[in-house]
Design a protein around this ligand. Structure first.
Ligand SMILES: *Cc1c(COP(=O)(O)O)cnc(C)c1O
Length: 367
């Protein structure tokens, strides 16, 4: 049976922007310019403005954005980079790709985000950077992280792949550390039709370095300065993002209204809702609840035609690529408890209040 309420509907925005998307695609197809052209240049300016940063450099994916930002900040073999134990594995893989070692620390169970006290305890003479993740669209504790980074001379690369537009003390993420890394994977708050990513920063040198690295390390034509990669944001992708960007704040506000509605579940004693610190303005990439009976709850919802997902059932430290780091089960109790109890409810701007209420009622009905 097809889900009657899907987890996400990537066609739901077509009534609003379908015609604009088609004309943007046609414009690029007719232009004869497909890489490193005017659409990318304009998108980079528009997204930098949106994030209130001086620079934005489009790249091929979110993973690549984190990797190239770290590399541009001078991170490489022999360095340790502090990452949250609870995140999508791409955060860790990006660190590994630079040749540095990811050093995981536990998270706060209420916010799912990296625990500043745990960061302080994990800093060693080899520590060179911190990669906080604004998970689910909720900013990490950037004041505490900035203080630690400053006192230990560490770079901070924000993994903002789930947090386009989120604010920390009124300031947009992406401009709160040395650099911000964004993903434009189709289901992100700002997504394209394929892969894409961007690095945002106020640091001119870092931006220039990412620009170099994304295109083979090539400064001028065939003049190679560094061992770069092929990780460019295409003109079609950039043109699609330019259509969507002006709608992002409205869509994030719609997500916020749905999150408010899901708060009705506060009355349900079996459900734990995410904690939002007073300084955080999240953009609700995901709405994640915790349930002791997570799998049974997901099954009940499925029986009613409501699709849910688990972000994430397997944590990076227990996944095959990181087994040789030696972190076993029990290493990060808060992260592991989350992995066993999280359930992501449907969340997309056009979901609407009625379906949201139906989902909340279905969750509570099993308690
Ligand atoms: C999606 C995501 C990434 C990776 O982005 P891609 O564009 O898929 O490479 C990195 N970190 C987090 C937290 C993500 O959600």
């Amino acid at each position: 049976m097809a889900a009657t309420i899907p987890f996400i509907d990537l066609l739901a925005d077509r009534a609003e922007i379908g015609a604009e998307l088609e004309s943007a695609v046609a414009r690029v197809v007719a232009s004869g310019h497909y890489l490193l052209g005017p659409e990318l240049e304009q998108f980079e300016r528009e997204f930098a403005d949106y994030c209130s940063t001086r620079y934005c450099v489009g790249v091929g994916s979110g993973l690549s954005a984190i990797e190239l930002a770290l590399q541009a900040a001078g991170i490489g073999p022999g360095d340790e980079v502090i990452v949250p134990a609870y995140t999508w594995i791409a955060t860790w893989l990006a660190v590994t790709r630079t040749g540095a070692t990811p050093v995981p620390v536990d998270v706060e169970q209420g916010t799912f985000n990296i625990d500043a006290a745990a960061i302080a305890a994990a800093i060693s003479p080899q520590t060179a950077a911190i990669v906080p993740v604004h998970l689910r669209g909720e900013p990490a504790d950037m004041d505490a992280i900035a203080a630690l980074a400053e006192s230990h001379g560490l770079a901070v690369v924000e993994d903002a792949a789930q947090a386009h537009g989120a604010r920390h003390r009124g300031r947009r993420v992406g401009g709160l550390g040395s650099a911000g890394a964004f993903s434009f994977y189709p289901s992100k708050n700002l997504g394209t039709f394929g892969d894409g990513g961007a690095v945002t920063t106020d640091d001119e040198e870092l931006a220039g370095r990412v620009r170099l690295l994304r295109n083979y390390g090539m400064k001028n034509r065939y003049e190679i300065e560094a061992a770069g990669v092929n990780s460019r944001l295409g003109e079609l992708q950039a043109a699609i993002l330019r259509v969507k960007l002006p709608h992002l704040d409205g869509w994030n506000a719609a997500r916020g209204r749905l999150a408010e509605r899901y708060r009705a579940l506060e009355a349900d004693t079996e459900t734990t809702l995410p904690r939002v610190p007073s300084w955080a303005e999240p953009v609700w990439h995901l709405f994640v609840i915790n349930r002791g009976d997570r799998d049974a709850c997901a099954e009940r919802l499925r029986d009613r035609g409501i699709e849910t997902l688990v972000h994430y059932p397997l944590l990076p430290h227990l996944a095959p690529p990181y087994r040789d780091l030696g972190w076993g089960r029990g290493s990060f109790p808060a992260a592991e408890a989350l992995a066993d109890s999280v359930l992501s409810l449907p969340m997309y701007p056009q979901l609407g209040p009625d379906r949201c209420d139906e989902i909340a009622a279905a969750v509570a009905a099993g308690s």
